[in-house]
Design a protein around this ligand. Structure first.
Ligand SMILES: NC(=O)c1ccc[n+]([C@@H]2O[C@H](COP(=O)([O-])OP(=O)(O)OC[C@H]3O[C@@H](n4cnc5c(N)ncnc54)[C@H](OP(=O)(O)O)[C@@H]3O)[C@@H](O)[C@H]2O)c1
Length: 342
């Protein structure tokens, strides 16, 4: 993901500088296989855009190469890179959101803005990270965690005092691709391979198939957008836990059932739902038959859709059609501009 972001940043470099007054250098990169590498002089962006490891010839004498991943050397890496912004894009850990939470916490404590595409930290540590960012005068932003780079969270920044009562939608591209391909006659395994080739599947595809990714997105939306009570107080503002979301994946849907449902004009979709009920929120992720001509019925391939119910706008829907590789990276870029653009 971050390699795509670097390509997008390189592509928009002149526009960022001339129009938004933002100049940047990539001074640190990290992954399990590459290790933790910092060079405050900046890496050659063209090399980073390629497939290989970064060129290190131009490193300064005090550049550091840190090979192990521990909370302590993540801090050393941030300090060596003199990081102003961290882009966190490690794989989703449904269970506890780690190590992404540690990475983000380290960045905020170091004094950098933290921007993530990873949903785990929102579900498992939103309040802590939001409050830490506020205390340090930094931003903790996560626009690309749901519907790629579509400004879903920022949409609500533009609607002060609005109350979100509920939402429904199709938020997991992998299962949407699989269901569509199986309707056309592919086996489950062939359809999954197609989704993986498109780059939309989670590193562990069972997260998609069993509905975990959709449930985490649902929980993230509820946590951030439905967290405040009616008086706008921050108290009790974690209204749902991941395990409170009823979850059913697409494993038990046979090719025959999918083809029959499509033939009858009511195809299956993996639908996310959330609704205020009394003092709580009821939420679910499950396959549902939807009318083929309805907005959800028309969501095909990697497209996604969400319908918000609010006290001001009874229905407010957003459709994202066929996002490409840059869509998620674009969410990271927009967060970058919001964080450093003044
Ligand atoms: N792809 C999408 O369409 C999309 C859309 C929205 C959000 N997201 C989210 O964006 C994140 C990245 O997605 P992706 O598709 O780019 O995943 P990916 O291809 O699996 O990349 C994950 C990266 O994280 C690194 N990594 C994993 N665990 C690490 C650790 N403990 N320490 C250091 N590096 C670690 C991996 O390094 P190695 O390769 O060296 O192991 C790899 O470079 C995920 O959280 C995903 O849910 C993805």
């Amino acid at each position: 993901m971050n390699r795509t972001l670097v390509r997008l940043l390189a592509d928009r470099e002149a526009e960022l500088r001339n129009r938004y007054g933002i100049a940047f250098r990539v001074t640190g990169i990290a992954s399990r296989s590459l290790g933790w590498i910092a060079d405050r002089a900046g890496f050659d962006v063209t090399t980073l855009c390629g497939a290989g490891a970064p060129a290190r010839e131009k490193s300064e004498p005090d550049s550091k190469f840190i090979s192990k991943t521990t909370p302590q050397n993540v801090r050393e890496w941030l300090a060596s890179a003199q990081a102003d912004v961290l882009f966190e894009a490690t794989s989703l850990n449904v269970k506890d959101g780690q190590p992404a939470i540690d990475h983000i916490r380290a960045a905020l404590e170091h004094g950098a803005h933290a921007i993530t595409a990873n949903k785990g930290p929102i579900v498992h540590a939103y309040r802590e990270l939001r409050d830490l960012a506020a205390a340090r005068g930094k931003r903790f932003l996560f626009e690309s965690t749901v519907m790629d780079g579509v400004p879903i969270f920022s949409l609500f920044d533009q609607m002060p005092t609005i109350h979100l009562q509920g939402f429904h939608g199709i938020l997991n591209s992998t299962t949407n691709v699989i269901l569509g391909e199986m309707e056309q006659g592919l086996s489950f395994d062939e359809a999954l391979k197609k989704a993986q080739a498109l780059g939309v599947a989670e590193t562990d595809a069972t997260h998609d198939i069993d509905g975990w990714d959709a449930a985490v997105k649902t929980a993230a939306l509820i946590t951030v957008l439905m967290g405040l009570n009616e008086m706008g107080s921050n108290e009790n503002d974690v209204p749902i836990r991941l395990e409170d979301i009823e979850r059913e994946g697409i494993r038990d849907l046979t090719p025959q059932a999918l083809r029959n449902a499509r033939r009858d004009g009511w195809p299956f979709k993996l639908v996310c739902r959330a609704k205020r009920e009394g003092n709580g929120i009821k939420a679910s992720v499950a396959p549902e038959k939807v009318l083929a001509t309805s907005p959800m019925g028309k969501v095909t391939g990697t497209s996604s859709y969400i319908y918000f119910e609010t006290d001001i706008f009874p229905g407010l829907a957003v459709t994202e059609e066929n996002p490409g590789l840059y869509a998620t990276a674009y969410g990271l870029l927009t967060d970058f501009v919001r964080a450093v653009g003044g």
